[in-house]
Design a protein around this ligand. Structure first.
Ligand code: A2P
Length: 335
């Protein structure tokens, strides 16, 4: 690829899209030209990149002429409809939706873990699910040390994971309740303010949700570990930004807490925040806006022989979405 790339952001006005724009700027990604694409509603709206205002254009089949890398974050339906047009125009698509993640010819990449898989792309590279990315950022270094077999986990997922409308819903409900009104519901089937909902994504016949099964299916592909198992409960919580995951993991080899902490401490993209004597552990309020994930509460699991329990938090709009996508684009630029 040439030194500077023509980049398109599909869904540029969305919760992840605006973070993609900021991340390209913050990481000084070599951009020759930027196309900001969204629905017709946003045509003409202006977004700022490196001090310059750029008008948003309506996404059409013809939006990808000359585009080297197209970052998609406008939902699975848009990806299914438009990614092929981008690939036909010669763009490499980095797709944040779940549309292609399980396709055999689509690499599913967390650069700190499997950056080399980018080279096998056939035009589309998938960005994994946000909770899965945050979890494997802590789990993979532990896997390298002890060999992971299975996990049991619960997620605590921020409303911005549902897009900009999730933030609006929480804000509105808090205001309504504070003024003694009934909370109105648009995005979630139940009130999210002052509540937790054990329901993220659609239910499957098994009783798990699609989101819950992404952890097993996507982590298997990212870590090249077909036998990995994950039983997960995904929960939406009234937090604006950053997902937290409580994990109990069983390993092949005996574990040691000091080796586990060292493994996390020396891994890229994740920081150890584990000082319980001083009440120090990762919190979504602290991790929101940070590139690195944080892990803490690392302890010997009392129900597994070779087990560790831990708590990991990551900004799902950054490492769980925009940052990971831009890191993938950086790998594409190296090809
Ligand atoms: P728009 O702002 O014009 O609706 P979020 O995840 O925060 O809800 O954002 C979704 C993003 O995807 C927005 O940028 C939205 O654009 C964009 N989007 C949604 N549907 C389409 C579509 N059919 N074509 C193009 N962009 C779309």
């Amino acid at each position: 690829m040439s030194n500077k790339l023509h980049v398109a952001i599909v869904g540029a006005t969305g919760a992840v899209g605006v973070e993609m724009l900021k991340t390209l700027e913050n990481r000084n990604f070599p951009v020759s030209e930027l196309s900001l694409l969204a629905s017709k509603r946003s045509t003409g709206k202006k977004l700022t990149f490196k001090g310059e205002e750029i008008a948003v254009q309506e996404l059409t089949m013809d939006s990808f002429k000359g585009v080297d890398v197209a970052l998609f974050s406008a939902g699975g339906g848009t990806s299914k409809e438009y990614a092929k047009h981008a690939v036909d125009a010669g763009s490499v698509v980095v797709d944040n939706s779940s549309a292609f993640r399980s396709d055999d010819d689509v690499p599913l990449v967390v650069p700190e873990i499997n950056a080399a898989d980018v080279a096998s792309h056939k035009g589309i590279i998938a960005n994994p699910n946000c909770s899965t990315i945050v979890t494997v950022m802590a789990l993979y270094p532990l896997h390298c040390a002890f060999g992971v077999k299975r996990i049991f986990a619960s997620t605590y997922q921020a409303v911005s994971g549902s897009g900009a409308m999730g933030i609006v819903e929480l804000e509105r409900q808090v205001g309504e309740i504070a003024s003694d009104k009934k909370a109105s519901k648009i995005v979630y089937p139940h009130q999210i303010a002052f509540n937790v909902l054990p329901h993220v994504d659609d239910f499957l016949d098994s009783g798990y949700t699609k989101e819950e099964m992404k952890m097993e299916n996507e982590a298997r592909k990212i870590m090249s570990l077909p036998g990995f198992k994950a039983s997960v409960t995904c929960v939406r919580v009234p937090v604006y930004r950053a997902h937290s995951i409580a994990v109990s993991a069983e390993f092949e080899k005996p574990v040691s807490i000091s080796d586990a902490k060292n493994a996390i401490d020396s891994a890229p993209g994740i920081d150890l925040n584990d000082d319980i004597a001083n009440n120090s552990y990762p919190l979504p309020l602290d991790v929101a806006g940070l590139d690195n994930c944080q892990a803490g509460r690392i302890r010997q699991d009392c129900a597994f022989d070779n087990g560790l329990s831990f708590w990991v938090v990551g900004d799902q709009l950054l490492k769980g979405a925009a940052l990971n996508a831009v890191q993938i684009a950086e790998e594409v630029a190296k090809l």
